[in-house]
Design a protein around this ligand. Sequence first.
Ligand code: CA2
Length: 145
Amino acid sequence: MIKNILILNGPNLNMLGSRENDIYGSDSLADIEQMCKKKSGKNGQAIDFRQSNSEGELVNWIQDALGKFDAIIINPAAYTHTSIAIHDALKAVQLPVIEVHLSNIYKRESFRHSSYISMIALGQICGLGKTGYKLALDALAELNK
Ligand code: CA2
């Protein structure tokens, strides 16, 4: 059963809602956390929602997830396109992973078109704004059925 879910957010996502609203929407990360709390409650899931600007901290959190969480939803932000360390950590813990992006990374600059995460993820959701987080929680709930 996938019940306990770690939701990780990468660098600069703490600035959501304060600028670049045309790309990322007007909600703050706290708003998205509240939305995830509501959705996970309805789904019978428990979430731990975190953000870090530090690659090492994200790697530590992924390593620590083993034995504490059943799945990981991650928006690695810019580390999506650069981080072999996050790729390796996610691969090592062997938990189901869903990758989420607020924007459609394939409609943007070419350096955003590749992801080190998607090859180890169950799936990737991008371009649907904050709804992507809800869909990821629903997808994990469906896996229990
Ligand atoms: O679309 C996404 O969710 C991204 O993961 C967001 C990252 C970007 O590097 C990825 O290519 C796609 C950037 C997050 C930065 O968030 C900001 C929010 C407000 C103001 C400035 C940056």
